[in-house]
Design a protein around this ligand. Structure first.
Ligand SMILES: O=C(O)CCC(=O)C(=O)O
Ligand SMILES: [Fe+2]
Length: 255
């Protein structure tokens, strides 16, 4: 099971450092790691900003997971902070290159190797394909923002992430939309020893013993993976040195 939603603690939204500087969208791309399952944006946040964030986040009241998880809850040993912040979720989505990369530029990396003359599908066609993969037209990110800090010895045992229903109300809108989450978003703010996010594909007829897919945290890298019914079993490996900082949210589409 993924981390279950908890009643939000009474924290006011933190005074997040501005999401600046950022790399221009033109210098970034959505990279397909496993089609329909895992996509990456390397350098989504530059190293200098990640550093600013890690020290800022260290000032928040993170709480260590109780040693004994509730029934059906994944064994997770890390320090965590959770807050509802629609404004920050929206900044991450449309105040960065994320929205553009995930919508009108979705899938463009498939055409990288084509001849010079090859024409890219139109933005409309790419947006249509994006909707197929994301499970609808993305509305933005889940305002339920989670911060994890794993120190040496901490980890997140194998589990599946669940889809959650929510009422989506962007900070700039007045009308809310019945919505659901379809993909997990992890943004790695540091590197560390160990701490890989490892995915375990289901065996198929064609491949009875698929290799696990191991993603080592890279500073500023964003990772999307499908969750809900088609979530791959995955885990956060034990950190062996340094600290692993992760910002977690989810992609939200209309229900
Ligand atoms: O920290 C990681 O690498 C994995 C986190 C995770 O699986 C989750 O937030 O559900
Ligand atoms: Fe997970």
């Amino acid at each position: 099971m993924g981390p279950s939603p908890r009643p939000s603690p009474a924290y006011p939204p933190p005074n997040w450092p501005p999401l600046r500087p950022l790399l221009p969208a033109a210098d970034l791309r959505l990279e397909t790691l496993v089609p329909d399952q895992i996509y990456l944006i390397r350098n989504f946040l530059p190293a200098s900003l990640c550093k600013t964030y890690a020290s800022f986040l260290a000032s928040l009241p993170l709480t260590t997971t109780p040693g004994k998880p509730k029934k059906d809850e994944a064994v997770r040993v890390n320090d965590r902070f959770q807050v509802e912040d629609a404004r920050f979720a929206e900044m991450l989505w449309s105040g960065t290159a994320m929205k553009e990369l995930a919508t009108t530029r979705f899938g463009e990396d498939e055409y990288d190797e084509y001849d010079e003359g090859a024409t890219l599908p139109s933005p409309e066609e790419l947006a249509r394909r994006a909707q197929e993969v994301w499970g609808g037209e993305p509305l933005g990110l889940n305002p339920n923002i989670r911060i994890y800090r794993y120190s040496a010895g901490q980890f997140f045992a194998q589990h599946y992430d669940e889809s959650n229903s929510l009422t989506f109300l962007p900070s700039t809108a007045t009308k809310s939309t019945p919505a659901r989450t379809t993909w997990t978003l992890l943004i790695y703010l540091t590197t560390c020893g160990g701490g890989e996010t490892v995915f375990y594909p289901e065996p198929t007829r064609a491949d009875r013993n698929p290799e696990p897919i191991s993603v080592a945290p890279e500073i500023g890298m964003a990772l999307f993976h499908r969750h809900g019914d088609h979530c791959m079993l995955h885990e956060g490996k034990e950190v062996t040195s340094g600290e692993k900082w992760v910002l977690r949210s989810d992609l939200v589409v209309p229900r």
